[in-house]
Design a protein around this ligand. Structure first.
Ligand SMILES: Nc1ncnc2c1ncn2[C@@H]1O[C@H](COP(=O)(O)OP(=O)(O)O)[C@@H](O)[C@H]1O
Ligand SMILES: [Mg+2]
Length: 436
């Protein structure tokens, strides 16, 4: 159960002469008045009573007062806090008889609730850290943020390389007519050698034909010579006739073969050998271009993948904050800074700043059911009413000061006293009746 302030009595504290206040149990209690009348002194008195020595005002005792400061705060849990005497000694009385003293107060008094400006003036990062501490997802969020940044940096680098590679590939020359593979000069020469060997074989057969023909002629000549001696060489002639027949047969066969022989041309190969260097230069150029294009494509693919990963990490981040138990719907942390409905602190309206600060400070110590707010001048009446309704809905008590003597203030402080104190309690202002 949150503790709220039921009543304050203060005498001779700073600008206060004598003040008795019973703030509304929840919602907004406005302490109004002109400048230098003692409004802030009322909040200072409350802070000193509840926050301990570190909230003791520099000049706590009112100038010209005969008696020392006296403070008495009654709380909703029945505890009574008093400061009295020459040294403003603290007494904490617990009706249940539990231990007393500042330690007991510290259980339900949130320091930032006594000193909201300290939260409001903290840096963006400090505010965000406070929120993350409350909702308990700080480590996970920081890890996701680091991952998003790393992915983003990597994608930027990959994107630059992809663009460079593509530009490089586009600039490179290409030869659509060149073969896909480099041509081997050795292979061409080997083919040429094989043809030359086959041609040499052909030549050998041609030479053989010539030899055979020569032999035939020689045999014929011999026969003529031998014809003269035919009679005595009849026997020899028979043998020669056989040789002649054999040669004639061989001649016929060889003639037929030779007639079918056809020499292959090496002209195309010679041309290829001459062009091999040029062709290979083009082949290499085409291969280089294709490789550069592949690399550019690969980089583009990586870029798209990283984009998906960044989107996924961002989804996780949103889900993490959506799933967290936030002190106020719409709160978030972006780039390590506190946001409310996507806006940074400096872009929030004054009333949103107050609402955000109040909600966060409230969650810091849920036992503390009140918050003190100085200088609510910047809120117009409609905003005040809306803020008041929100506080009520939250079950939160706010005691605030405002330079105004208008009807929106339940309490008016004048010259260190509550104006028209005899007519207590002050009636609720008209705008509030309509509002609630
Ligand atoms: N110990 C003190 N005794 C008397 N006057 C004081 C003391 N401390 C501050 N003051 C005076 O109180 C006035 C401010 O009081 P404060 O409560 O801040 O007024 P408000 O908030 O209504 O403007 C100043 O004029 C300041 O000089
Ligand atoms: Mg003031």
């Amino acid at each position: 159960m949150s503790v709220t302030i039921t009543a304050l009595e203060a005498e001779n504290v700073k600008r206060i002469k004598a003040v008795e206040i019973t703030p509304a149990p929840t919602g907004l209690t406005l302490v109004g008045g002109n400048n230098n009348q003692g409004k802030t002194s009322v909040l200072d008195a409350l802070a000193w009573a509840l926050g301990g020595e570190k909230f003791r005002p520099a000049a706590a005792a009112r100038d010209g007062a005969i008696t020392p400061p006296h403070l008495k705060v009654t709380l909703s849990n029945g505890i009574v806090v008093e400061r009295r005497g020459k040294n403003s000694t603290l007494t904490v009385t617990d009706p249940t008889g539990r231990r007393a003293g500042q330690q007991l107060l510290n259980e339900f008094v949130e320091v930032l609730a006594l000193d909201l400006p300290r939260f409001m003036e903290a840096g963006d990062k400090e505010k965000a850290d406070t929120l993350l501490k409350i909702i308990g997802v700080g480590d996970e969020l920081a890890a996701l943020d680091r991952r998003i940044k790393a992915l983003y940096d990597k994608r930027t680098a990959v994107g630059q390389i992809a663009t460079q590679k593509k530009a490089y590939a586009d600039e490179m020359l290409s030869y659509p007519d060149a073969p896909a593979e480099p041509v081997s000069a050795i292979e061409l020469i080997q083919q040429q050698q094989e043809i030359l060997l086959r041609n040499a074989e052909n030549q050998r057969q041609r030479d053989r034909l010539v030899e055979i023909t020569h032999a035939k002629h020689r045999y014929f000549d011999e026969m003529q010579r031998l014809d003269e001696r035919i009679e005595e060489l009849q026997a020899q002639r028979g043998k020669l006739q056989a040789s002649y027949d054999e040669a004639a047969a061989a001649e016929t066969a060889a003639t037929k073969t030779v007639a079918e022989l056809q020499d292959e041309s090496t002209a195309a190969l010679e041309e290829s050998i001459r062009n091999v260097e040029d062709t290979n230069r083009k082949v290499r150029a085409n291969l280089d271009k294709a490789r550069a294009e592949d690399e550019a494509d690969e980089m583009s693919t990586q870029y798209s993948k990283l984009t998906e990963q960044i989107a996924e990490a961002r989804r996780q981040r949103t889900a993490l904050l959506d799933g967290a138990d936030l002190p106020l719907p719409g709160l978030g942390v972006e780039d390590g800074c506190l946001t409310y409905h996507g806006k940074r602190w400096r872009d929030m309206s004054g009333s949103d700043q107050l609402r955000v600060a109040t909600a966060i400070v409230r969650r810091l110590n849920p036992n503390c059911g009140f918050v003190l707010l100085d200088k609510l001048e910047q809120m117009d009446l409609a905003t005040l009413a809306e803020f008041g309704r929100w506080l009520e809905a939250e079950g939160l008590q706010a005691i605030a000061t405002r330079v105004s003597t208008g009807g929106e203030c339940q309490i008016i402080i004048e010259d260190g006293r509550v104006k028209d104190a005899e007519e207590a309690p002050a009636p609720a202002p008209a705008w509030m009746k309509g509002a609630f």
